[in-house]
Design a protein around this ligand. Structure first.
Ligand SMILES: *[C@@H]1O[C@H](CO)[C@@H](O)[C@H](O)[C@H]1NC(C)=O
Ligand SMILES: *[C@@H]1O[C@H](CO)[C@@H](O)[C@H](O)[C@H]1NC(C)=O
Ligand SMILES: *[C@@H]1O[C@H](CO)[C@@H](O)[C@H](O)[C@H]1NC(C)=O
Ligand SMILES: *[C@@H]1O[C@H](CO)[C@@H](O)[C@H](O)[C@H]1NC(C)=O
Ligand SMILES: *[C@@H]1O[C@H](CO)[C@@H](O)[C@H](O)[C@H]1NC(C)=O
Ligand SMILES: *[C@@H]1O[C@H](CO)[C@@H](O)[C@H](O)[C@H]1NC(C)=O
Ligand SMILES: *[C@@H]1O[C@H](CO)[C@@H](O)[C@H](O)[C@H]1NC(C)=O
Ligand SMILES: *[C@@H]1O[C@H](CO)[C@@H](O)[C@H](O)[C@H]1NC(C)=O
Ligand SMILES: *[C@@H]1O[C@H](CO)[C@@H](O)[C@H](O)[C@H]1NC(C)=O
Ligand SMILES: *[C@@H]1O[C@H](CO)[C@@H](O)[C@H](O)[C@H]1NC(C)=O
Ligand SMILES: *[C@@H]1O[C@H](CO)[C@@H](O)[C@H](O)[C@H]1NC(C)=O
Ligand SMILES: *[C@@H]1O[C@H](CO)[C@@H](O)[C@H](O)[C@H]1NC(C)=O
Length: 823
């Protein structure tokens, strides 16, 4: 018996062993095939075919990251490769966590197979040409944290099942053609911090369940056709910093609960049909810096509590039916830069406290019934101010204090007496039309001796009131809904302009037609330069404001590289803000007309200023040092304060612009790149010869250190007054190492004095550190920026006794860097 038992046991073991073996084989076969499927899908997409077809190296392909088993976890081609069609078989990537295809010229609809990516946490398909509806299969992506579909042509509704993705913190669908209601289930997205549904075609009310999203930081619903009331539950959003509901069809009153939003920094309810009075609780929003209630049906008085908003910089209550007089508390708004109360029913006098507003740049009180004399105090405020007091009931004389105000419109009042002499000499623009009893010896006026009662003068321009609104962007004319017309002439002009495009931002409303008019439809005579992408025009708008326009001509617009660089610039510049980075006022990305609108930089590029003998002299040592510092701070901001990090990739003296005060502004973000720390850094090559870091010649890795190198070149260029090309090529030779610092300085300027020499020493030391061949040895921009901010170190030696060799080998401690750097 015993042997048979042992035999049967061993047979059982044998079977068992075979069974186990076959399971192992099966598992291996399936793993192998799943990796093979990934490889096949990557190859068949054709997305990398220009780069490689060798799938055995797929984990090193641009934008691809794999896990330890070689399974693809990240695909990030953002702004890096152009893929055109969505022909990647998504079913083949069970481990994909991160998919970023923004700015890859993707066309067609989002494939339903997206729902198979069950591990996905990040999905960015923004700024492409995607069409069709959002697939319901998105509901499968339960781990999704970040979803960005902005700036495509997606139609149809927001699927309510999307609200099951409760891990979402960032839901961004702006700039599409999405219609229907905002689903009330949106209140389930408890983790949501950023909700951007702006620039769509949404209708219906704002669901009160939004009040459940207590982690919300920004809520942008502007430029839709949303109607109904603003729910009072919005007051529950204690963490909200930006609330923008403008350009909708909202009615009812502003809920008093809005005063609970004490962290709010920007509130824009403009261009709706909101009525009732401004709730006094608004004074609780102490952090508010932008308040736009323009173009509604608000009535009642301006609450005196408005004076509590001491951080307010922009206040626009224009085009309402607000009555009563301007509260004296307005004088408490010490940070105020823009004040628009135009087109209301205000009466009484301007409070003298308005003279306290030392930061004021624009004061527009036109089209009211304000009486009394125009206050002397406005002349103390400053010379850059734009002042519009037209269409009121002001009486008395023009004050003598208005000597240096840039733009003045006092037309259509009851002012009398002599026009002060300085008016014609000092003011860029003024108009005094419609004041019956003014006289003066300026052309067009009756002389005062013979003072007739018909005096009219219009110098240069008549002002058209400008609208101000919280600055985000509006593209396409499809958004404009017809509204009640209050001021027929003004509005019909606006409506007409809005059909093609409109821009709203911090500085005002620049209408498409105004731009076309100002540039005579981009006539060559208004062209002030040709940039890397497109031509640059100067336009003087009817409000007196001067802007720069970068325009792609039709042929250029058809070049996908140019088109992408424009879109890239818009994407980057609408998301960042720094005092040394060029400000984008708005843009038009219509296939008929593509242009970007910037703040005008009076002095043009740093390159041009340095190339011109007279202007280069004006750029004295301290201005040059300030330009270098400003540029450093701007790049440091892009590298260290933006998420994701922005690498400019084309820092040159041509891309640093100067304003009238010769302060620096970094511009031209057409090739800027958002660096993603989760992915490899390969990319398409960009940059300008003479500024590109040496490592880019043999690797495609873009890091912040590429900008650091270019910054070093620019810093030296500023000190030398010309491009340091020869110096850089000869720097390894001993003859140039023995050169003294003072010998390379721009000889057109007098030698620097002792004080500024310390700065120049610091700049030169930093510049040489930035020019290190090894990117790892270059300092970060953060340490450069901090070095400039920290107290200057006195130098022992004068500049003529410092050789370049000494500078290059200067042992300098860079603040913020981990260790002492041997330079
Ligand atoms: C990859 O294959 C495609 C199609 O066969 C071909 O057009 C392309 O040139 C190949 N790419 C490389 C880098 O060899
Ligand atoms: C693909 O790349 C691997 C690893 O670099 C290399 O060994 C192999 O020869 C390449 N195959 C082809 C067909 O080039
Ligand atoms: C990588 O993905 C495979 C699936 O192909 C999975 O089994 C494995 O656990 C993952 N490895 C790591 C280290 O995450
Ligand atoms: C996509 O891949 C899956 C398996 O991962 C396969 O079943 C399917 O047929 C593929 N689809 C196409 C269109 O190749
Ligand atoms: C969604 O997930 C379910 C269950 O995981 C799966 O059966 C289904 O195929 C997925 N749908 C899509 C469209 O991927
Ligand atoms: C949401 O995220 C948390 C923390 O990362 C995780 O534990 C949870 O499983 C996620 N929820 C879903 C539905 O995936
Ligand atoms: C969400 O909001 C609605 C309406 O404001 C409210 O009735 C409901 O109780 C809230 N739900 C949760 C879970 O807070
Ligand atoms: C806006 O709302 C008003 C009522 O408040 C309504 O009469 C009008 O049709 C709405 N307009 C649009 C475009 O929805
Ligand atoms: C206002 O802003 C400051 C600084 O930005 C911040 O510390 C503070 O918490 C904010 N909120 C309130 C209610 O002051
Ligand atoms: C303001 O002036 C207009 C026209 O000059 C006049 O009709 C109106 O009565 C005046 N209003 C006040 C409040 O003075
Ligand atoms: C304006 O004119 C007055 C008087 O003519 C003069 O004193 C003043 O300096 C001028 N201001 C400016 C900014 O030109
Ligand atoms: C990409 O660049 C970032 C920032 O410089 C760096 O931290 C990261 O290690 C780089 N990644 C790779 C794969 O090189």
């Amino acid at each position: 018996m015993a042997p048979s038992v042992s035999v049967s046991i061993s047979i059982a073991l044998l079977f068992c062993g075979m069974y186990l073996n076959s399971i192992v084989e099966l598992v291996e076969a399936s793993e192998l095939s799943s990796l093979e499927l990934e490889a096949e899908a990557l190859l068949e997409s054709g997305w990398w075919s220009a780069h490689t077809n060798n799938t055995s190296t797929r984990c090193e392909w641009p934008g691809i990251t794999c896990n330890a088993s070689g399974s693809v976890t990240t695909i990030n081609l953002a702004n890096r490769l152009y893929v055109d069609k969505f022909n990647l078989n998504l079913s083949s990537f069970p481990n994909l966590v991160y998919l970023d295809l923004h700015m890859t010229r993707l066309k067609g609809s989002i494939p339903v197979e997206i729902g198979t990516l069950s591990k996905l946490t990040h999905l960015d398909l923004s700024t492409n040409y995607l069409t069709g509806e959002l697939p319901l299969s998105l509901t499968n992506l339960t781990k999704l944290v970040r979803f960005d579909i902005s700036f495509n042509q997606i139609v149809g509704p927001i699927p309510s099942s999307l609200c099951l993705l409760t891990n979402l913190t960032y839901l961004v669908m702006r700039g599409n053609l999405i219609s229907g209601f905002i689903p009330s289930e949106i209140g389930m997205l408890k983790n949501l911090a950023h909700l951007y549904l702006n620039l769509n075609m949404l209708t219906g009310p704002i669901p009160s369940t939004l009040g459940n999203l207590t982690n919300l930081n920004s809520l942008f619903l502007y430029s839709n056709q949303i109607n109904g009331f603003i729910p009072s539950e919005i007051g529950n959003l204690k963490n909200l910093k930006f609330l923008s509901l403008n350009n909708n069809n909202l009615s009812g009153q502003i809920p008093s609960a809005i005063g609970h939003l004490t962290n709010l920094q920007g509130l824009d309810l403009s261009q709706n049909q909101i009525n009732g009075f401004i709730p006094p609780k608004i004074g609780n929003m102490k952090n508010l810096s932008m308040l736009y209630l323009r173009k509604n049906n608000l009535n009642g008085q301006i609450p005196s509590t408005i004076g509590h908003l001491t951080n307010l910089e922009y206040l626009s209550l224009g085009e309402n039916q607000i009555n009563g007089s301007i509260p004296i508390e307005i004088g408490d708004l010490m940070s105020l830069r823009y004040l628009f109360l135009d087109y209301n029913n205000l009466i009484g006098h301007i409070p003298t406290q308005i003279g306290n507003l030392h930061s004021l740049e624009t004061l527009n009180l036109s089209h009211n019934f304000i009486s009394g004399e125009v206050p002397d105090e406005l002349g103390v405020i400053g010379d850059q101010i734009y002042l519009d007091l037209s269409y009121n009931n002001f009486t008395g004389n023009i004050p003598d204090t208005y000597t240096s105000i840039h733009n003045v419109n006092l037309s259509y009042n009851s002012l009398k007496g002599p026009i002060p002499r300085y008016f014609d000499q000092n003011h860029t623009f003024y108009t005094l039309i419609g004041n019956k009893d003014l006289c003066g010896d300026i052309m067009g006026f009756p002389p005062c001796l013979l003072a007739s009662n018909k005096s009219i003068v219009t110098k240069v321009k008549i002002f058209v009131p400008i609208t101000i609104s919280l600055g985000f962007l509006v593209l396409g004319g499809f958004l404009l809904s017809q509204r009640m017309v209050k001021k027929t002439q003004f509005d019909s002009r606006e409506a007409k302009n809005g059909n093609l495009f409109s821009i709203w931002n911090y500085d005002g409303h620049i209408a498409y037609e105004d731009i076309i008019e100002a540039t005579e439809d981009f006539d060559i005579k208004h062209c002030i330069g040709i940039g890397g992408y497109g031509s640059v025009y100067k336009a003087e708008l009817p409000c007196g404001k001067v802007v720069a326009l970068k325009k792609l001509h039709r042929m250029e617009a058809e070049n996908p590289t140019f088109d992408m660089s424009f879109r890239n610039e818009v994407k980057v510049l609408t998301e960042i803000r720094h005092q040394n980075i060029i400000k984008l006022h708005g843009f038009c990305l219509h296939n008929r007309s593509m242009f970007l609108v910037y703040k005008y930089m009076e002095r043009g590029s740093l390159f041009c200023v340095l190339s011109n003998g007279v202007e280069a002299m004006e750029l004295d040592w301290s201005k040059r040092v300030n330009i270098i510092k400003g540029t450093a701070h701007a790049i440091s901001y892009m590298h260290h304060e933006c998420i994701p990090t922005i690498v400019h990739r084309d820092i040159t003296s041509n891309n640093i612009l100067l304003n009238s005060k010769l302060e620096a502004f970094v511009s031209d973000f057409g090739t800027a790149k958002l660096l993603d720390p989760d992915s490899s850094n390969q990319t398409l090559v960009a940059g300008t010869y003479g500024y590109v870091a040496p490592e880019l010649a043999y690797t495609m890795k873009v890091t912040e250190k590429c900008d650091v190198y270019s910054f070093g070149v620019v810093a030296l260029e500023i000190l030398m007054g010309r491009h340091p090309m020869e110096l850089l090529t000869s720097l390894s030779s001993s003859s140039s190492q023995n050169m003294m610092l003072h010998a390379i300085l721009d000889q057109r300027l007098p030698p620097p004095n002792h004080l500024i020499s310390q700065d120049i020493f610091l700049v030169a030391t930093i510049a040489f550190a930035c020019l290190q061949t090894n990117p790892k040895s270059r300092p970060t921009m953060k340490s450069v920026s901090q070095e400039f901010l920290s107290r200057k170190k006195p130098i022992a030696k004068p500049l003529h006794a410092l050789s370049l060799w000494q500078l290059k080998n200067q042992k300098m401690y860079m603040v913020g860097s981990r260790d002492e750097t041997q330079l």
